[in-house]
Design a protein. Structure first.
Length: 90
């Protein structure tokens, strides 16, 4: 349960950070014309939702090639041992 809470908190944090970088501009106002009803309908309804332009943040990923020197390790294998004899001793 505790692990689920940490995962959920991490996802919410990541989503909020992603949304902070967005640039949102309203490009059109919304409008709702509701139909008028009496005994019979006198007008058709019309709904127009607002429009938005959203520019996502631009993220650059740069990689650099790097040469690493790692130490050399010599491995000496153990002498051959009969596994059946080893198991009998235990």
């Amino acid at each position: 349960m505790r692990q689920t809470a940490f995962i959920l908190a991490g996802l919410v944090s990541a989503a909020s950070i992603a949304l902070v970088g967005c640039d949102v501009h309203k490009t059109q106002e919304g409008k709702v014309d509701l139909p008028k009803y009496e005994v019979s309908k006198t007008q058709e309804g019309n709904v127009q939702m607002p429009k938005y332009d959203v520019d996502a943040p631009k993220v650059g990923v740069y990689t650099e090639k790097e040469t690493l020197t790692v130490p050399k390790v010599n491995v000496t294998p153990a002498k051959d041992v009969d596994d059946n004899k080893t198991a009998e001793k235990k």
